[in-house]
Design a protein around this ligand. Sequence first.
Ligand code: GUN
Ligand code: ZN
Length: 475
Amino acid sequence: MTSSSTEAGGTLAIRARVLTYHAHPLSAGEGGSHRYIEDGLVIVRDGLIEAVGEAHALLPDLAVDLTVADYRPFLLTAGFIDPHLHLPQTQVIGSYGTELMEWLARYTFPEETRYGDPAVADAASRFLLHELLRNGTTTAVAFCTSHPQSVESFFTESQRMGLRMVAGKVMMDRHAPEALLDTPRRGYDESKDLIARWHGNGRLAYAISPRFAPTSSEAQLEATQALAAEYPAMHIQTHLSENAGEIAFVAELFPWSKDYTHVYERYGLVRRKALFGHCIHLSERERGALAEAGATAVFCPTSNLFLGSGLFDRDAALKAGLRTGIATDIGGGTSYSMLTTAAEGYKVLALRQQALPGHAAFYMMTAGNAEAIGYGDRIGQVAPRFEADFVVLDTHATPALRQRMERVETLEEELFVLMTMGDDRCVVSTYASGRKVHARGMGGIDLPSPAHAPTSVGGDFTGASAPEVESVQAA
Ligand code: GUN
Ligand code: ZN
């Protein structure tokens, strides 16, 4: 492919099987939820999608000198969106044998104390972002640590790669190691400084991030309330109703509260673009309150299974009208792949006799998660005026997939097998803002790595073969 087709700000045309969602397949019906073009063309100009349609209809009008990246028979969808993960937990994944509260105390909090060191935060940010791109994820909502440096590192690296990212400094002033604690004043001031530096800077947005009720005093929650009131349209992220011990602790710490959700309601934190991780053990009252406020529940299946937290009740959320996203929750979660996350989501829901067909899962990973984080108007769809974030998927990437796909007859079946058996090996290319930021079998292309970056970061050494893309001149 010529460099002109991958530069930010240029014009780019991609030919592939194109799949995009504009409605939830479980409410709109499969047919009314998506557009699928067997031989599609996507034209990108200045980081935005200009046109999407049948290749035969669009090709004749393309400028003759424009290179087309031809990915057929691969499948192009909007880049995946991961609405809940933790920057400082890439080296916590797979920590053995505990449930949430002990896992936090034994593994997670000690690890997070390292992130006051800029070198640690920089290296982890580079690793995490490259790993997300390797898995086709182009937007994430991330908890950093209580150290402002961790947010600086994450946003600096996200900016360098041209990614749409949401992140915030965790606020926590009790029930954790001293080295992680801020104070109500410091939490407020440091968040405000970071907002001034980063919020709305390019594609970046700040999320007000009280970790969860057990680690914030009432004074800190009051300061958080003041901050949230100053920025009524800003994201808020926290955790809610994940684990029985956590819920009992919240009841002890806030004896006046009706339930866990009431604590956040009391401090003005339940509103649109407020993202509540887990939401497993909610009462009907809590679901109703979250839904009425326009807040979002984030289902984190690999984490919920790994920590033995419980089974998310997706149908109860749907019935309550509660917006729902699906996320990895790295590192309580065990995979960076949204495909694997959806596959585990299917199994969690199966244990509740609930369904997650392929189309519904791909909707959730793209347009659904975009809507869940309040970005349904700019990312998550392959449609004109949306930002040009894409993943190109090889549904036959492994021998096992090729074997299985021989029996597949419909797109729904193909998607379901892809999510059940697929992972990063299926990601051929990832684009952010019209720029190719990952290619299978090649190192971090197009990304000028700082001299001090570890050489393995961003590389893909799976042995997958080199270019699978023929570049052709437009007709
Ligand atoms: N609740 C509060 N902090 C965390 C965290 O880091 N991970 C998970 N899974 N739950 C939390
Ligand atoms: Zn979390």
